[in-house]
Structures are given as structure tokens and as C-alpha cells.
Write a new protein. Structure first.
Length: 366
């Protein structure tokens, strides 16, 4: 991939390497960090791979432009294009600004633009303002959405106006089977759809078909859960975000899945409930004793697993751990190594041209 902003824009920090060079650099770093001789490598497209993007809007005498932080984090860099965003977002970027620019109501105090794209739906655009937006703004925004054939949301302080709708739908094809997901503007979504497909496929391939039930912590909108539901008898999946649980249930309906129970609990709360130390009204009508768990799936935030959850998952026969932070993954694996052996290890290049790398580990009790 080539980009005229390499070395200036703060988005791509491994700008001085080809895709293969930056991937090799990250893979070698993980091998050294974890003492691995081999691992599975899930690659990204070399360009136009990012399905989600956010840009600042820069105002000057020449009008409005997209902007990113500079590599040195000293101010903003005006940009006309971005080589890592999806083709849909890339094609829309210039059209969007050209349409907004002559419209004072839409342009005035526009602070940022967020894009969310998929392979089967329109692009969802969120316009963020440092001014109050109201019904008059909404009338102009409806014209913008219709002209560009986009889904559109407006945001300002304590105000959200859904001009068309607040989500798009995505189709993932994994091992020749199609899965459908609803993606909301504020919900967490995997930024690299191509890698996400391969990542879910990697997990499905490693676990095979199981006779037990699955416990999943940090399930989000059901990104893994939906696909894994075909490998287990039942799944109990937890997430603290109310919006994510709502979306996960919608995604179950989209995929005609009926063997998943989604519960809005933190991992710490679930451990307390399963250990009979505390009762929760959110568990009303759910019989935790009916589950026979041998496998636990965790996909925690960058902070990794808390001590209570780490101690709890030591009681499982198998752990599937997806990590967005190799440092906390290494810390947690150190605490698990007395009880588990690593069967499989993978890196997922979700964020090409940056130092960030995601990892997947399958552990078996010893």
C-alpha cells in the first residue's frame, strides 16, 4: 500500500515498511515475547481494510477538510483521502464534504465525522457538532442522506438525532456459512471485517464440535457467540453493556439461533453468581445449574482479566482467550501456566501498519 501521508499522519505508525515487512516485524515480536517457534498468522488486506473510521473536520479560509493527528501528535494534518478505509468509505469521503460545504447549517461547527461500513448495507455516517442541532438541522440532514444514499445520525452535546437509522447490517462468510450482524453506531465492532471472518473461522476450526456447553465472557454484540452456537449444546454469554446485549439478542434473531442466553453482567458478577455468593435480579428465570461447562471463551478489554476471573477460569478444561493487548495476555498466561498448556497460538493483523496486534490462544488443562 502507498499513501501520500505516510510518515506525517499519526494513523499508520509502521509507515516505513511494506505490508509483509510490518507483519513479519509484529510476528517476530510476539514470538520473542512468548517464546514461540511457530504460530498461526491471520493476515489483512494490504489496503482498504478498515470498516470503521473517524476524522476530525478542519475549518479554514479554504473551507472544510478531513484531518488527523500528526505522527508527532503536534496539531492536525489536513487530508484528502485515506488508504486504509474501506472502498465504500473512500468513495464517499469527498462526496460528503462537497455536499456539506455549501450548506451553512450542515457545515457550521461540524467537529468530526464517523463512518461505519459493511459489505451489504449503506455506509452509516455520524456528524458530530460543537453546536446544538435541532429539527431545522434534521430537515437539511434528510436531504443530505437522500442525495448520498447513506444512513445518517447527528450528534451534539446531550443530543442525538437519528436521521435515517442508527445501525447497518453486515454479512460474514465463515467456512461457507453466512452469518448476519446488526452494527450500531455506538456499539463496539471489529474494525477489519476480513480479519474478523478469519479470526472467527480460526476459533471454530480449533474447537470442533463439542458435547458440552460454552461460557463466554465479554461477548459484545455476539460476534463470536453466534458462530460458535453451532458447536455447543448451549451458550451462556455475558456482557456489561446494555446496548451490546440488546444487539446480541437481535443478532440471534437474524441468524435464527435459539441456544444462547445473553445476560447483562460483568465477569466479576457472573463469577459471584455461579459460585452462589450473590443473587442478581438480571438472572431471574435463568437456571445456571442446567449448564455443563467444560469450555470458557474470554475476549477481555486491554486491561485483561481481573484476579477473580482468572482464578475462576482455572476450573475449566479448556480456555479460548482472544486478546487485544499482548502485554496483559502474557501476564495472564503466566498465572495460568501451572494449570494449562498452550495448544494453539495465533496473531490477527486487525490493525495493519500499526504496532497493534491481536492474539488468540487455546489452552487445555493439565
Amino acid at each position: 500500500m502507498t499513501c501520500e501521508y505516510f510518515g506525517i499522519c499519526g494513523s499508520c505508525t509502521l509507515f516505513d515498511k511494506t505490508y509483509q515487512e510490518q507483519l513479519s516485524y509484529k510476528v517476530d515480536t510476539i514470538k520473542d515475547e512468548f517464546g514461540l517457534s511457530t504460530l498461526d498468522i491471520i493476515t489483512s488486506k494490504e489496503s482498504n481494510f478498515r470498516a470503521r473510521a473517524e476524522f476530525r473536520i478542519y475549518h479554514d479560509d479554504e473551507g472544510i477538510s478531513y484531518a488527523m493527528n500528526t505522527l508527532e501528535r503536534k496539531g492536525l494534518l489536513k487530508i484528502d483521502s485515506c488508504s486504509i478505509v474501506s472502498q465504500k468509505i473512500s468513495k464517499l469521503m469527498e462526496k460528503l464534504l462537497k455536499t456539506i460545504s455549501p450548506n451553512k447549517l450542515l457545515k457550521e461547527r461540524l467537529f468530526a465525522v464517523e463512518f461505519l461500513s459493511s459489505n451489504i448495507d449503506k455506509v452509516l455516517v455520524t456528524l458530530i457538532y460543537h453546536k446544538k442541532i435541532d429539527q431545522t438541522w434534521e430537515e437539511e440532514a434528510k436531504k443530505l442522506a437522500e442525495k448520498l444514499n447513506i444512513e445518517l445520525i447527528g450528534r451534539s452535546r446531550k443530543v442525538k438525532i437519528v436521521v435515517t437509522k442508527e445501525y447497518i447490517e453486515e454479512e460474514l462468510t465463515i467456512e461457507d456459512k453466512k452469518y448476519f450482524y446488526r452494527l450500531y453506531d455506538t456499539g463496539f465492532t471489529q474494525p477489519n471485517s476480513g480479519v474478523n471472518e478469519k479470526m472467527i473461522g480460526w476459533v471454530k476450526n480449533k474447537i470442533g464440535n463439542c458435547d458440552d456447553d460454552l461460557l463466554e465472557l465479554y461477548c459484545g454484540h455476539g460476534n463470536f457467540t453466534i458462530a460458535l452456537s453451532f458447536h455447543f449444546k448451549k451458550i451462556l454469554a455475558t456482557e456489561i453493556s446494555k446496548q451490546s446485549i440488546k444487539t446480541a439478542r437481535e443478532n440471534c434473531t437474524l441468524n435464527k439461533v435459539d441456544n444462547i442466553e445473553f445476560i447483562r453482567l460483568s465477569s466479576e458478577e457472573l463469577v459471584q453468581a455461579l459460585n452462589k455468593k450473590r443473587e442478581f435480579r438480571r438472572l431471574a428465570g435463568i437456571d445456571l445449574d442446567k449448564y455443563k461447562f467444560d469450555t470458557v471463551f474470554v475476549d477481555p478489554p486491554r486491561a485483561g482479566l481481573d484476579t477473580q476471573t482468572l482464578d475462576f477460569i482455572k476450573g475449566f478444561k479448556r480456555i479460548i482467550y482472544i486478546s487485544c493487548n499482548p502485554q496483559t495476555l502474557k501476564r495472564d498466561l503466566e498465572k495460568l501456566k501451572k494449570n494449562f498448556e498452550v495448544l494453539d497460538f495465533a496473531v490477527f493483523d486487525q490493525f495493519a501498519y500499526t504496532h497493534h496486534i491481536e492474539c488468540g490462544v487455546v489452552l487445555k488443562s493439565v
